[in-house]
Design a protein. Structure first.
Length: 74
């Protein structure tokens, strides 16, 4: 599961997770928008914060949406 989806499901705000991960809200925003990748250390903290619902690979290399061969969202 990608981190942004976990935030929604867990009803956690960007501000809350930023505080828990000890980073700025802008850092979280940049990561969620795909404009920045988390460091391996931050990615591991994201995994831990999600209780393992987000894998390390998904935290490091998020895929926003899987698409079928016809270009429609799966």
């Amino acid at each position: 599961m990608i981190f942004s989806k976990w935030l929604i499901i867990a009803n956690v705000t960007q501000a809350d997770v930023a505080r828990k991960l000890d980073v700025s809200e802008s850092t979280i925003s940049l990561i969620l928008s795909g404009n920045r990748r988390p460091s391996p250390k931050l990615a591991q903290r994201m995994v831990n914060e999600s209780g393992g619902k987000v894998s390390l690979e998904e935290a490091l290399f998020p895929i926003r949406e899987h698409r079928r061969g016809d270009g429609k969202a799966a």
